[in-house]
Design a protein around this ligand. Structure first.
Ligand code: SF4
Length: 246
């Protein structure tokens, strides 16, 4: 399903319905997260691919992690998928002296409770950056996927507080919002917590208590302490309802 062929509304409705079907079909299966997130990532990548055709080339390159000092938010499925991934790679990394949980905890000491605009001044690197590369790249959140720049110099200047505006790719940001909102709407309909959470804090919670994933599935808002509320949840819920009925 592509945004190109459909309107943004049709795209949102179709994807929301697909996420709902996945949730209903896999709720009791360990493969729920894989199915939800593979659908989200594939839909994002395919649509960004078609929507950016003919536009200037991005200036993002492997090894540049300038934007990885910004605050990252993620939905509960993304947080729990990352927690699974980190548990799986931890034994291998520990042999090389790398302790991802300790790195997240250290970053969280600096970032916990710091709002989005203040995070720019804090300039705390994401705990997953190693030699300029994201070590969780294949399972990185939609928020990271949706940030792509046409000008690396502008990113660096913005990170050092010299300018405010960065020429980000509009299709990346728009499609990330559509995909994420469609998933959040489906999670809400399924009766599970559908908020956005600050990544360091929520991930640490998920890593430290393996039962949280199951409790989230049972409807408990287990990551609430890390919730980001820049948009009023009631307003978001009303918008989702309007979009579903439109
Ligand atoms: S998860 Fe990866 S892409 Fe996202 S901010 Fe961290 S290092 Fe950067």
């Amino acid at each position: 399903m592509s945004v190109e062929a459909l309107s943004s509304l049709d795209f949102f409705q179709g994807l929301q319905s697909r996420f709902g079907q996945i949730f209903a079909g896999f709720r009791q299966h360990a493969a729920l997260l894989d199915n939800l997130l593979l659908t989200a990532w594939q839909s994002f990548e395919a649509n960004v691919g078609s929507q950016t055709q003919g536009l200037p080339e991005l200036d993002c390159h492997k090894g540049c992690a300038t934007c990885c000092t910004l605050r990252v938010t993620a939905t509960a499925p993304e947080v729990f998928m990352l927690a699974r991934f980190i548990r799986a790679v931890t034994p291998g990394l520990q042999k090389h002296g790398v302790d991802l949980r300790a790195q997240i905890a250290k970053a969280n000491e600096v970032t916990c409770g710091v709002g989005e605009s203040d995070r720019i001044g804090v300039r705390q690197r994401c705990p997953f950056i190693a030699q300029g590369v994201c070590v969780v790249y294949q399972v990185r959140p939609l928020a990271c996927r949706g940030l792509a720049s046409y000008d690396r110099k502008a990113c660096a200047q913005a990170a050092s507080g010299k300018i405010d505006e960065i020429p980000y790719s509009e299709p990346h940001m728009r499609i990330r919002s559509l995909v994420q909102n469609a998933m959040q709407s489906a999670l809400r309909d399924a009766g599970v917590a559908w908020a956005n959470y600050e990544l360091n804090q929520s991930l640490l919670m998920a890593l430290d208590d393996e039962s949280l994933e199951q409790r989230w599935l049972q409807g408990e808002d287990v990551l609430k302490a890390a919730q980001v509320n820049e948009v009023d949840p009631a307003e978001m819920a009303a918008t989702f309802d309007q979009l579903k009925l439109a």
